[in-house]
Design a binder for this molecule. Structure first.
Ligand SMILES: [Zn+2]
Length: 326
């Protein structure tokens, strides 16, 4: 129980009556302070809600006071405590305590903004791809990986023979070593391109950012992220909460935007967040990190990203013109 509920309960006037709904009634302590004759018919009521919150009502003079966790002690409640005969130093302590609770509650609220995720199941019968290598049905999936210059070992890819998923590469979404979602990429042009189970605020591949790098590379798609061991927004937008998870890594954040209209907006967001942006001179036809790795390989792509990162808005804005309009 809260200190307030505890104390008020201890100082309630004598001759109390408990009602089935939880109210405790007694002769009200407020009335003569409010210019009304003293209560003799037990018209003062007190209740504790949820173990912590308190409410006082007088049905004689109409005085009310209440408190709940996350609120400060109101002047009315202070008066009530005095009328109950609660010592001043205890009222001071209670007031201070409520303020601390309020601050804690506010901190808790801020923490809540950092997204959290609950475990999710992969599509039925999904198995690690390397457990399926003897199955001829996965050949299109393997060919697709090869076309992206990716290997079985590059990520914990999965596959299932379940209808609708046969020609899809399943990418589990991990967070703190738990599967919290997935996406299944079509490998034969079948629509939709992606079937996904994704929780709000999720950032792809955060779990694989445990090394010594001083930076983290932010990309749009999962394949971009896998290609350079970066993370992916899973879209062109930094969505609510994603930046908090990313900033928690406490590294230099480098956004590599896709070279399209949506990429421009991502850059605007990155500038607002104080992130670096890298818009390298990719070879002709390269529109994202994944394309670049296919042509240049991983080391050269990474080197270009690091070399071309910039932080000042003016530089970024100038570079955007060439990057997006060429
Ligand atoms: Zn009263």
């Amino acid at each position: 129980m809260s200190l307030i509920a505890d104390t008020l309960l201890a100082y309630l006037p004598p001759k109390r009556k408990h009602t089935p709904s939880g109210w405790i009634s007694f002769n009200a302590v407020c009335c003569h302070h409010n210019g009304t004759g003293a209560d003799t018919r037990q018209r003062g009521g007190f209740i504790i809600n949820g173990g912590d919150a308190v409410s006082y009502h007088c049905f004689n003079c109409g005085f009310k006071a209440s408190w709940q966790p996350g609120r400060t002690v109101s002047p009315k409640l202070k008066k009530l405590m005095t009328w109950f005969g609660i010592p001043d130093d205890l009222i001071t302590k209670i007031t201070f305590d409520a303020l601390r609770l309020k601050e804690d509650a506010e901190l808790g609220y801020k923490h809540q903004l950092v997204p959290t995720f609950t475990p999710r199941a992969l599509p039925i019968n999904a198995k690690p791809l390397h457990d399926c290598v003897n199955n001829k049905e996965i050949i299109p999936v393997l060919e697709y990986l090869q076309s992206r210059d990716l290997y079985l070992e590059d990520y914990d890819f999965h596959w299932t023979h379940k209808a609708g998923f046969k020609n899809r590469l399943i990418i589990p979404f991990y967070h703190n070593k738990q599967i919290v979602g997935w996406t299944a990429r079509s490998v034969n042009g079948q629509n939709p391109k992606y079937i996904s189970e994704q929780q709000p605020g999720y950032v792809f591949n955060l779990d694989n950012q445990h090394w010594d790098r001083k930076f983290v590379i932010v990309t749009e798609g999962p394949f971009d992220a896998i290609a350079v061991d970066g993370i992916a927004l899973l879209g062109s937008e930094v969505k609510e909460g994603q930046h908090l998870l990313i900033n928690q890594l406490r590294r230099e954040v480098i956004l590599v935007p896709d070279r399209d209209e949506a990429g421009k907006k991502t850059v605007e967001q990155a500038m607002e967040l104080g992130w670096s942006v890298s818009m390298p001179d990719w070879p002709i036809g390269v529109k994202d990190v994944s394309d670049a790795v296919k042509i240049l390989g991983k080391p050269a792509t990474l080197w270009l990203i690091i070399k071309h990162r910039m932080q000042t808005e003016l530089k970024i804005k100038l570079r955007m013109k060439q990057y997006f309009d060429d």
